[in-house]
Design a protein. Structure first.
Length: 180
């Protein structure tokens, strides 16, 4: 690596090892972000609520220097850094914050690899997610809004009241939204 740029990066982990990787990163004092959601799993005799990763097999890691870069690679369960071509996939702090807000304050949040048809572009104007762009989709018979997280080819789906939305008519805002 020639010149290291500190910031958030994305790592791919072995299947179902996200929490273990996160624990090992914490032990090595490397800042990580593992967004989780609560899911109800049916056991033969009961229902159990468990925390599952929003993005299976992915962990966000904040690398301060090259030493953190190499230390992360040595963690048990680490597969690789996510790359676009030869470049490591950097993640903006604002995207980390938006995912965190969506997970903390959103109701009925889940991730989907399903590619939705383009719908009406809206701006959330009220609540903890105000300022985020979204796209309306129909999902399982209810109206839900999709906040696109294009980095992982996944969509975050959540219910938002219609009165918290504004139609985006500005062409500049629409082009910025499509670039994300």
């Amino acid at each position: 690596m020639s010149k290291f740029a500190s910031g958030w990066y994305l790592i791919y982990t072995m299947s179902q090892r996200e929490k273990k990787v996160a624990q090992l990163l914490a032990e090595r004092k490397i800042k990580y972000f593992l967004p989780t959601i609560k899911e109800i799993r049916l056991r033969c005799d009961r229902k159990k609520v468990i925390d599952t990763p929003l993005f299976p097999s992915y962990v966000f890691v904040n690398l301060e220097n090259q030493e953190d870069f190499f230390t992360t690679q040595a963690v048990d369960g680490f597969c690789c850094y996510v790359r676009f071509g030869k470049q490591l996939a950097r993640v903006d702090q604002c995207l980390i914050d938006q995912i965190d807000i969506a997970v903390c304050y959103g109701h009925n949040v889940n991730a989907s690899a399903e590619q939705f048809l383009p719908g009406q572009k809206l701006l959330i104007t009220y609540g903890p997610l105000s300022g985020l762009f979204c796209e309306v989709v129909k999902y399982k018979g209810t109206r839900k809004l999709v906040v696109r997280v294009g980095l992982l080819q996944r969509n975050i789906m959540m219910e938002v009241l219609p009165e918290y939305l504004d139609v985006v008519n500005d062409p500049l805002m629409l082009s910025n939204m499509e670039a994300e």
